[in-house]
Design a protein around this ligand. Sequence first.
Ligand code: GCU
Length: 674
Amino acid sequence: GYKLWLQYYPLENPKSEYREILGNARVPGESPTLSIIKTELEIARSGFFGPATLQKDSNSPKLIIALKDTDPAINKNTTPEEMAVLGEEGYLIKKFSEAGQNKILITANSEIGLLYGTFKLLQTIQTGEQIPNTGLSNSPKIKHRVLNHWDNLDRSVERGYSGSSIWNWHRLPRHIDQQYLDYARANASLGINGVSVTNVNANALVLTPEYLAKAKALADAFRPYGIKLYLTARFSSPMEIGGLPTADPINAEVQAWWKEKTKEIYQYIPDFGGFLVKADSEGQPGPHNYGRTQAEGANVLADAVRPYGGIVMWRAFVYNEKTPDDRHKQGYNEFKKIDGEFRENVIVQVKNGAIDFQPREPFHPLFGAMPKTPLMMEFQITQEYLGHDTHLAFLAPMFEETLKSDTYANGKGSLVSKVIDGSLHKYPLTAMAGVANIGTDRNWTGHHFHQANWFAFGKLAWDPETRSADIAEEWLKLTFTTDKKFTEPIQKMMLASHEMVVNYMTPLGLHHIMARGHHYGPGPWVTGGGRDDWTATYYHKATEKGVGFDRTASGSDALGQYAPEIQKEWGNLKTAPEKFLLWFHHLPWDHRLANGNTLWDGIALHYQKGVEEAKANVAIWESMEAHVDAERFKHVLSFMKIQAEEAVWWRDACLLYFQQFSKMPLPDGVDKPE
Ligand code: GCU
């Protein structure tokens, strides 16, 4: 499992033409990135065809991986137009013939583009796809494709479920663990080009010289893979490590402190990417402490990094538990009114939904609502609310659902994907972040199948319109086998898995009914704890009369933050999508769903469906034993059994809890609590 999707297992047709092509490559020049390319070709070649080397014919290489002007074959076989569309990071893979021989070239406008092209060629070979005769040209639609690690500097990871943090701060900067390089290589194979290494609940210590030296060592290790390093900045750092009496963003000394600190960071890391900031949320300090806006806060940091080309990713996850208003509305209310007030190197990082990475959320109403401020997407790859490490949930369909949502900002077709790729509002700055699910577990992600979520994030950050079905298929072929007897049923299982989890956790728009704190198991009964919004009853509002959060005009009117087209559709019970029903409506238990069932029966049947699927998945996986190595087979099987048992736990706990209010019997087809 450690090898992720870079297995390079033997090709089904070992006589493939690629034996000669990979054995006879020319990569002119010397540099750290070029040597990564050369090593990668060698690892792949010996994986595909065995370790024996071919006699090289250096006069007639069969694969040329080179920048323009570094090899005559590139200039001869490409056009300026073909090169221009590649941009900084794109690549072109092309077949050509020379002296009667079939050859392949990979070119780009940068060495990183060459590396991306190399990975693409190797992936194409492994999956058995063909390179089209017209060539394969590809470049990223999003500029900054960034993993966010919620590392606490002490090997722990907030919401991390795959062992400890892979950053060993104690051994840094003197020891560069091989895992850092394997990690960077895996990211580069997907086109991920940024890593924010520390928790958004930031520790100011990371900005001290001791830690900057460590961060520099990581940045140096990542650089040849095209990855920039970012740090989270604690807003109160000028006080905590700078000795100032205030962190007020309009204070001249505070501004000077950030400028000095930034200058120092760039001395360590000349290509430092910039800061990621969580402010004024869940106890974090921020501009509100001084009566300033989020823009005033962000701009101080933006001014500091601007001379060096850095950016600030300022999170929109700002809410205050003391504000009586629906938590759903707070991010929008905070940011909408300051659209256009941010410096041009600030991008506002918005979670996919307005609450908090729930198993299913409608898209965040800020998307489409800030035409003058670049917005980026923040997805959570780590499964805080989706069963942590043990529950299989392939997240690409969930990401895709959000990205394909129509904001109607500029009329029909104003998809979230077009907001974040910059095309809708012409944002020059674009980005996507994913909260990493990576840890020291031997297979990186706990569940083997959760590697697919890291993979999916990379693919969608490169192109947010990639189809989740294609992502699943490619991942399966790279990770296990191209045998359809395996890939077809397992792809189907993966694609259905997110909906399955929604069914047994939070069907029909229910949300945040998990246990307080760890968020792993069910907890619709949770009350108390000092904060109204951290109780489950805040979200489901179940009483004998009904269930659900009225967010229409008769309730909190969070729905009013969406475009009129959406308000009309989601606000009307005849047209509201059932998947968001109880997110926006409080309804009586005997409300009739579209299929004629009562709401109570519908809820119960959804829970049952989720349980049945989780149980069926165990049997499907058991039937795959012949296709998977024993180690991965057993590991996945034992996790699937846990998932099936815990789906029952979720169903029974939630139905028994809600039944106290509905006082209705379980419908036919729903098992009695186990
Ligand atoms: C959730 C999560 C926290 C995290 C926060 C955030 O609330 O439970 O652990 O810090 O999101 O995204 O900032």
